[in-house]
Design a protein around this ligand. Structure first.
Ligand SMILES: NC(=O)c1ccc[n+]([C@@H]2O[C@H](COP(=O)([O-])OP(=O)(O)OC[C@H]3O[C@@H](n4cnc5c(N)ncnc54)[C@H](O)[C@@H]3O)[C@@H](O)[C@H]2O)c1
Length: 259
């Protein structure tokens, strides 16, 4: 199928890698043009080379409101509008609460939650004015599933799910939909460390009833559904794309990884 996003203009944070980059590939294949925004300039250049004139890039840090404003302004100046957004920039971290330096904890919250809020804020301003738009925030199964050693990430992602619900209420009257995706374990650079600690990867797969690691295109297809007209009556919900792993216990990573 093609053309489901013909003429649409997107911004994708975290667009240089993993899930964000795979969304960019799918969107471009479906006829969209996009601003790929990321803090990694080298990977942005690689994405630009791969996707060509359908995309432009912006080096941004989503924790900077000025950077996020610049990303949205670029979509309008380059392509004339903004009607689609994927907020995928994020990272994890590991630390038991009793031992976790608060600066590290805050850094996860700043990118994974405040960064999404800033993105929705500035994307919404353009979409509200236009009276249409669709925003997808990338949360995680950890929005609902707690994990030992991952309190910052879990709290940030739980916040993203609630932010999605609030934003959907505020923006619905303007014709703007806001939905979330909650991936389970997905093979991306974020989880590449599990290649060198196979026990962790095995534990994730064992906790996934469909019996394999998720791939970026498993997520991108669900994002495409939500931002396209197929998802026209979906707003406020977070769709968990996880091979049913939420129904099983989360791997005890601190035990699996112990020497
Ligand atoms: N891979 C998984 O198993 C998994 C599972 C659930 C949720 N997620 C979420 O999916 C999203 C994408 O993750 P991924 O797996 O594709 O990882 P990834 O590392 O491949 O991509 C994330 C991108 O975000 C960028 N980024 C990080 N912090 C940023 C910041 N402050 N400003 C701008 N860019 C920033 C990174 O440079 C990177 O290119 C994240 O929000 C992550 O939490 C991933």
């Amino acid at each position: 199928m093609s053309g489901r996003l013909e003429g649409r203009v997107a911004v994708i944070t975290g667009g240089a890698s993993g899930i964000g980059l795979e969304c960019a590939r799918r969107f471009v294949a479906e006829g969209a043009r996009a601003v790929l925004a990321d803090r990694n300039p080298e990977m942005l250049i690689a994405a630009q080379t791969e996707l060509g004139n359908a995309v432009v890039t912006e080096v941004i840090d989503v924790t900077s409101e000025a950077d996020v404003e610049r990303m949205v302004a670029r979509a309008v100046s380059e392509f004339g509008t903004l009607d689609t957004a994927v907020n995928a920039a994020g990272f994890g971290g590991f630390g038991m609460i009793a031992d976790h330096p608060v600066d590290e904890w805050r850094a996860v919250i700043e990118t994974d939650l405040v960064g999404v809020m800033l993105s929705v804020k500035h994307e919404a301003r353009v979409m509200r004015e236009a009276g249409r738009g669709a925003i997808v925030n990338i949360a995680s199964i950890n929005a609902r599933v707690p994990a030992e050693g991952m309190s910052a990430y879990c709290c940030a992602k739980a916040g993203v799910e609630m932010l999605t619900r609030c934003a959907a209420m505020e923006l619905g009257p303007f014709g703007v939909r806001v939905a979330g995706i909650g991936p389970g374990f997905i093979d991306t650079p974020l989880t590449a460390f599990t290649q060198v600690v196979p026990a962790i990867r095995d534990a994730y797969v064992a906790s996934t009833p469909l019996g394999r690691a998720g791939q970026p295109d498993d997520v991108a297809d669900a994002v495409l559904f939500l931002v396209s007209d197929d998802g026209r009556w979906v707003s406020g919900d977070t769709l968990f794309v996880d091979g049913a792993s939420m129904n099983k216990a989360y791997p005890e990573l601190h035990k699996v990884a112990a020497p």
